[in-house]
Design a protein. Structure first.
Length: 322
């Protein structure tokens, strides 16, 4: 019988340095292929969640109409831009219809939006108002807006703005997100413009949307990768921070406020169109809620004049962007 030691010794081969480098390279390539795929799946999920948020918002606006007979106001003002304090806005008024009635009850309708009595509501993070792709609103970090009576106060960011109407690019300049809209044709109004009862600007009824509810925008996305004090603030009723007039200039459909301002300057414009911008961090476009309760993804290559036409409720333009 042979002893264990009498069997020939078999040496185990190890990886050579070249083989090890090849394996590492293959792993790196696989990871390089996997990461974009994971990011693509994550963004698809974020875009779907964002569309779901807007679906809830659109249905909440319709529930508001069913309950109170009108769409909520884009914002309530008692004067012209720009030092006038505001009151409530659309995002505050639909809180009871997105299961946030406890927060809504904390809002003092008899005080201005900027009053200390409304600090609690202004600073609340509302999940339905935040797109998961919105890097500028992530982390629920309070920020001070760039302008208006609330510029020294903290507000919670959001990702969605009501569509107040179509902006005018020639004299007289004006925007339906503040009292200056009175200088514009009434046909430029959107479904949720500024309300100023003393001047005849009152909330709109569904029956006033003569362009068709499926052809009229209600709420869209706005997010920016920089200049975060110009982002969306869901509870700030002042001018364009929670509602915007769609501008026909193509550079106002961007998620980059600084770039928008630079392009405006090249065209001899100031930054006011950029304050009314729409845009998102989704690849290729943004989600929009429409007055019929549906949600659409509109590409960033859209003809902005057509998009501006969809912002009006009685302009006579029957536009349907698929």
């Amino acid at each position: 019988m042979q002893s264990r030691s009498s069997f020939p010794f078999r040496r185990r081969d190890a990886f050579t340095l070249i083989e090890l480098l090849v394996v590492i390279a293959i792993i790196a390539v696989l990871i390089g292929l996997l990461v974009p795929a994971v990011q693509k799946v994550r963004e698809a999920a974020n875009r779907m969640q964002c569309a779901n948020n807007l679906k809830q918002i659109g249905l909440a606006c319709q529930s508001h109409h069913d309950s109170k007979g009108t769409f909520p106001p884009g914002g309530i003002t008692e004067g012209y831009c720009c030092a006038t304090q505001s009151k409530t806005n659309w995002a505050i008024e639909i809180l009871p219809f997105i299961e946030m009635d406890s927060i809504y009850k904390r809002y003092d309708q008899n005080s201005f939006n900027e009053a200390a009595a409304n600090q609690f509501v202004r600073e609340q993070p509302i999940k339905t108002y935040t797109c998961p792709s919105d890097a500028s609103a992530g982390g629920n970090i309070l920020t001070r807006p760039a302008s208006g009576p609330g510029s020294g106060l903290n507000y919670m960011p959001g990702s969605y703005r009501a569509v107040s109407g179509r902006a005018n690019i020639t004299a007289p300049l004006g925007w339906w997100d503040n009292g200056e809209g009175l200088a514009l044709p009434a046909t430029y109004k959107g479904a949720m413009h500024t309300v100023w009862a003393a001047q005849g600007l009152i909330p709109e009824r569904m029956s006033n949307i003569i362009d068709g509810t499926s052809n009229t925008l209600l709420v869209g996305e706005y997010q920016t990768k920089n200049t975060t004090n110009r982002r969306t603030f869901w509870a700030y009723a002042y001018t364009s921070y929670a509602s915007s007039s769609v501008h026909p200039a193509s550079h106002t459909y961007l998620n980059d406020f600084a770039r928008c301002v630079a392009i405006s300057a090249q065209q001899g414009l100031d930054n006011r169109p950029c304050r009314r911008a729409f845009g998102s961090f989704h690849s290729g476009g943004s989600n929009w809620a429409v007055c019929d309760g549906s949600v659409r993804f509109i590409p960033d290559t859209v003809d902005m004049n057509m998009l501006s036409n969809m912002a009006t409720m009685s302009g006579g333009e029957v536009v349907n962007i698929n």
